[in-house]
Ligand binder design. Structure first.
Ligand SMILES: Cc1cc2nc3c(=O)[nH]c(=O)nc-3n(C[C@H](O)[C@H](O)[C@H](O)COP(=O)(O)O)c2cc1C
Length: 199
């Protein structure tokens, strides 16, 4: 079987206590055990914090690469490294806590560094948007203190947001979601093997 490279993104502020990191690491271990990946590149966004967008950076994002100046090249370094990481990977494994019903701000900032007009997507001659980094499998591991089923309305935003952005602006359509839920409930113990039994 052809071996593959995985990019593992960690975005919880809780280090070794993190359940999203626990679940995403269990996905990594299982894929290694299944002999689906043999190289893992790990990026802990709490240690390599993505910059927030600001006007000079946005300006550099949209500039014709031939005219990018040295100062802008420096600003683009993090974004370029994210594009490089994702381009080299066959499989993405993203972990995120649920914070206020959304993904970690670190993961959102990382996605804002990744999505680039002309690099991860563009428009064809018919005006249709096309993503360019196609064909990679994405696993998204979400940890939440509560459980989605306990909300009366549809309060699912993280998976739908990530799926939509990856589809529209990157070209990645195969996003599989795993959840470790109820982490704030008394006596909670994660069972990652059970959550990943079909992986
Ligand atoms: C600032 C903050 C906001 C949170 N918001 C929610 C929330 O909206 N819904 C929920 O179910 N849990 C929420 N939680 C609980 C976390 O999702 C839970 O602790 C989860 O395990 C965090 O992921 P981690 O273990 O990977 O750090 C929140 C926790 C914090 C610290």
């Amino acid at each position: 079987m052809t071996k593959k490279t995985a990019l593992h993104i960690i975005s919880s502020a809780r280090g070794s206590e993190s359940f999203s990191k626990g679940l995403s690491s269990a996905i990594v271990d299982k894929l290694i055990g299944n002999q689906e990946i043999d190289v893992v590149v790990e990026r802990d966004l709490t240690k390599e914090t993505p910059p927030f967008l600001h006007s000079n950076l946005v300006g550099a994002f949209y500039k014709d690469p031939r005219f990018v100046e040295e100062e802008e090249r420096q600003l683009l370094k993090y974004a370029d490294s994210v594009v490089s990481d994702v381009s080299k990977a066959d499989i993405l494994i993203l972990g995120t806590p649920m914070y206020n019903l959304g993904m970690s701000a670190l993961l959102k900032a990382w996605i804002d560094q990744l999505v680039r007009y002309g690099i991860t997507y563009s428009y064809n001659e018919k005006g249709a948007r096309e993503g360019h980094l196609n064909g990679k499998k994405v696993y998204l591991a979400i940890a939440s203190g509560g459980r989605l089923q306990d909300w009366s309305g549809n309060y699912e935003f993280i998976a739908s947001h990530v799926k939509a952005v990856f589809d529209a602006y990157i070209g990645l359509t195969d996003v599989e979601i795993f959840r470790v839920e109820g982490t704030a409930m008394p006596g909670f113990q994660p069972d990652y093997q059970k959550i990943l039994e079909n992986l």
